[in-house]
Design a protein around this ligand. Structure first.
Ligand code: PHB
Length: 391
């Protein structure tokens, strides 16, 4: 080799080193993902985490010149732990974004941290209507219970259901589901009787016995994702499946993650929700196929979609700000953002920072040997009715 050749290969080597160096030095942006990964609500955390990671795996994790580094923390479903972790992530790890939040009390526990630190808080799971009002830095990629429950009341009124017994978990989303359904249903001439079941260690039996004794036309149920199988077991034990009482409600009780385990007793349930793994669209087929390939033996539920779309909001915001990670700039970039999600079209309401999306009416059915929530009607682009009513 001549000297000149040595020189050229040496320069090429230097150039390569420079490129690699700049790739390595590429700014990272830290996203703290706080979820219940253990404890009774671990299924929510796992689904959100799988959805969020799938988005990054498919899209390469660099946006607006910044590489997203996810820091996953398990809050075990305890609000005190969520608050402490949120503070540590902001102060010690200097995260640019907080995300996750499997349950309403957990989202609320971090709201003060996001407000004070001016750090965007992407709520990917929790679904009480008022959550977005707890901090101007909250943007939601999940849903609200009133968004799903009011259309359920309309469907029941149109389908000759006159007396409904509601059973909901006794905290934010359950109370939201009960009140939004009952108000709408009563306004249309329906009759409602209601009970609330504790969030921690619920024993549904005494409540279901009351429901069985009342002999309503339909039982309206809200339990958080992951708890539906427990509920349905006691529903069968009380003989409610054979009593001719229709099971209705927001889709959480028949979440896709649990349906196979719940089995045939879920068939015929009518629920309203924003996502079904059986949603008919090319985007959803690609999402479900990729999800099952990445996580064998699983099926995405609405929590996974909240994680997937929430990560997309962060990615698109970084693109829009050209990598600026200042909190207000990121939240501004997310306002009005819209794209086609596996669930259908979604929009971040620029006024409320809450999600606007289709609500689908579904019947639980067996399809190709597996149990799915099959959508048969669509109410397009529903805003959270609680905030809409305040205007
Ligand atoms: C909530 O705590 O906000 C929550 C959790 C699970 C759900 C819905 C809402 O399925």
């Amino acid at each position: 080799m001549t000297n000149r050749r040595y020189l050229i290969s040496g320069l090429a080597g230097l150039a390569l080193a420079a490129i690699t160096g700049s790739a390595m030095a590429q700014d990272t942006v830290k996203v703290g993902l706080i979820l219940p990964m253990t404890g009774p609500f671990a299924s929510i955390g796992k689904q959100v985490d799988m959805g969020a990671r799938l988005f990054l795996a498919q899209n390469g994790s660099s946006f607006g010149g910044k590489k997203i580094e996810l820091i996953l923390k398990d809050d075990t479903g305890s609000a005190d732990v969520t608050r402490r972790i949120a503070q540590e992530l902001v102060v010690n790890d200097k995260v640019a974004v907080l995300a996750g939040f499997g349950l309403t009390p957990l989202a609320l526990a971090a709201a003060q941290v996001s407000t004070q630190a001016k750090v965007p808080q992407i709520v990917m799971a929790a679904a009480t209507a008022t959550i977005t009002e707890a901090s101007p830095f909250i943007v939601r990629s999940s849903f609200t219970l009133p968004q799903a429950s009011e259309p359920m009341a309309d469907w029941a009124l149109k389908n000759n259901i006159k007396r409904v017994f509601t059973v909901v978990t006794d905290y934010g989303p359950g109370i939201d589901a009960e009140t939004s359904f009952a108000n709408k249903f009563k306004a249309g001439g329906g009759v409602v009787e209601s009970v609330r079941v504790p969030l921690r260690n619920p024993d549904f039996a005494p409540f279901l016995q009351r429901a069985a004794d009342a002999k309503p036309d339909a039982l309206f149920v809200f339990v958080p994702a992951g708890i539906g199988a427990q509920f349905m077991k006691q529903y069968v034990e009380r003989g409610l499946d054979k009593a001719g009482t229709k099971l209705i409600g927001p889709g959480d009780v028949v979440d896709d993650d649990l349906l196979e385990g719940i089995g045939d007793v879920a068939i015929g349930a009518i629920t309203t929700q924003h996502y079904s793994a059986a949603h008919e669209s090319a985007a959803n087929k690609a999402f479900v196929t990729a999800f099952k390939a990445a996580y064998p033996g699983t099926r995405p539920n609405f929590m996974a979609v909240g994680g997937y779309d929430g990560m997309r909001l962060i990615a698109e915001a970084l693109k829009k700000t050209n990598g600026t990670i200042e909190g207000e700039a990121l939240v501004t970039a997310m306002k009005g953002m819209n794209f086609e999600s596996p669930r259908g079209p979604i929009l971040i309401d620029p006024e409320t920072r809450d999600i606007v999306q289709n609500i689908y009416i579904r019947r639980t059915e067996r399809k190709n040997g597996e149990i799915y929530n099959i959508e048969f009607d669509t109410i397009p682009m529903v805003k959270d009715p609680v905030k809409a009513a305040k205007k």
